[in-house]
Design a protein around this ligand. Structure first.
Ligand code: ADP
Ligand code: ZN
Length: 435
């Protein structure tokens, strides 16, 4: 069944995977303890010795690492090998604060690119394909990861980077790109720009898209699939663990397979740190089993998801994670209610609006204000105030039902909300800006 980039590992039995993980973790913990003082101190503080870790079933004994640790240890404090053995530095996007940097040896770059190659093949990619990489190139891992993966598969790689939408479209059409890789928000923008030029979805040669690096809803997936005439696949990753390709979707599209031969995943209760059983929703924690440059153990991602080992129709055996619908720190607490931007996106697309919106939160006279600006598509646009007001009321009601609290909805004319070429900025929280 299906195509795999590395069939022997992607479809290995659970016992085989476990054996690989057990062998790697014992070596990795010993290596980290000997080479990374920052983590050795944390282990000593907790009274854990490398000999206590005999397999992945002992991982829960190890201390956690958080983004705060990475910032404290910046830049070299968590290096796992001599700097002269490293060949690459990448950095996080800084979505939630100061950027952190990660180091890669050639071995680390290779395993990362292989993970991206698995994702491309899972999306139907082969040597026959032209892969347009429209993730940003540079310090951001999106461009480099998919670029390397595309090479490994042997696809013809179009290293577009993000931005310059006119040129993206020209090359997409002229060079007959078949697979598009970018953030979902940029894919939506490319779809919109093609339509503006009078191009129909069937006019391009694209068959698939590999989209990730930010949360996106099933509604957004359907909207992109329609506008570009493709099948859209999710891909997940983070710089601290390597980059995109930590997990990826197969044709079954019922969660993303985590590349478990390299990254061991746990889900924990974010408040107590307790490991939760399979099927529970919690914070995803990764242990890098064989990276050399930046070998993080038990790194808390702040991404909230569920893990499942249910058999997958694609034949892959690796554990699957659900789409993280935002990280714990994307969650807004408005008038005491937890709100994720993804819930708002789902309502908007269900109600027939575009995915162009912006959420603004403030605190005035000790009370939270909550406003959502929603862009109308040209055919929805009306300058009759009463028509717009009725639509706003309807959306406010739908939001209240979904969220449990009512925002103020303001419909704005077409093309008035800035488009994103990378990760979209959905929330402006003035309360945080005042702090
Ligand atoms: P930053 O944390 O500064 O944004 P990265 O560029 O390394 O740095 O982004 C990694 C984060 O992006 C992940 O922790 C996750 O929150 C988000 N992310 C990546 N891929 C996805 C995806 N497919 N769905 C939802 N969120 C994603
Ligand atoms: Zn699968």
């Amino acid at each position: 069944m299906g195509n795999y980039f590395q069939p022997e590992i992607e479809t290995a039995s659970r016992e085989e995977i476990l054996a690989i993980q057990n062998e790697k973790i014992v070596k990795q913990v010993k290596h980290v303890y000997e080479n990374v003082k920052y983590y050795r101190d944390l282990m000593d503080e907790k009274g854990v010795k490398p000999e206590d870790i005999k397999g992945v079933e002992d991982i829960h004994k190890l201390p956690f690492l958080s983004k705060a640790d990475l910032r404290e240890a910046y830049p070299y404090g968590l290096l796992g090998t001599d700097l002269k053995n490293c060949v690459r530095i990448q950095s996080t996007s800084g979505t939630t604060g100061k950027r952190v940097v990660a180091f890669y040896t050639q071995h680390d770059v290779d395993l990362w690119e292989e993970c991206c190659a698995r994702a491309i093949v899972a999306a139907g990619g082969s040597k026959e394909d032209v892969v347009q990489v429209s993730y940003g190139y540079g310090l951001f891992t999106g461009g480099a990861g998919l670029h390397g993966g595309s090479h490994k598969v042997g696809c013809l790689t179009l290293p577009m980077s993000s931005g310059n939408t006119e040129r993206q479209i020209q090359f997409m059409m002229d060079l007959q790109a078949t697979i598009l890789c970018c953030t979902p928000s940029y894919a939506a923008y490319l779809g919109e720009s093609l339509a503006d030029k009078g191009c129909k979805p069937q006019d391009n040669c694209l068959k698939a898209g590999i989209f990730g690096a930010e949360p996106w809803t099933e509604e957004m997936r359907r909207s992109i699939e329609k506008s570009l005439g493709i099948k859209a696949y999710d891909i997940y990753g983070l710089t601290e663990v390597s980059g995109p390709g930590v997990a990826f979707e197969c044709e079954a599209q019922s969660g993303m397979h985590i590349n478990e031969d390299h990254f061991y995943a746990e889900v924990i209760d974010p408040d107590t740190g307790e490991v939760l059983p399979e099927g529970s929703k919690g914070e995803l924690v990764f242990t890098s089993l064989d990276k050399e440059g930046f070998p993080l153990l038990r790194y808390r991602t702040r991404d909230i998801c569920i893990l499942t080992r249910e058999k997958c129709a694609c034949g892959r055996t690796h554990v699957k994670m659900t789409k993280p619908m935002g990280r714990s720190d994307d969650m807004m607490i408005i008038r005491g209610v937890n709100v994720f931007p993804s819930q708002i996106e789902a309502v908007l697309l269900k109600e027939g609006y575009t995915p162009n919106y912006q959420i603004e939160v403030d605190r005035i006279n000790n009370s939270d204000t909550f406003e959502i600006k929603v862009e109308m598509a040209p055919e929805q646009f009306s300058d009759i105030v009463s028509i717009n007001q009725a639509k706003e009321k309807k959306l406010e009601q739908a939001m209240r039902t979904m969220l449990g609290i009512g925002p103020k909805v303001r419909l704005v004319p077409p093309k008035t909300i800035a488009r994103s070429e990378g990760k979209a900025v959905r929330v402006i929280d003035h309360r945080k800006l005042h702090d």
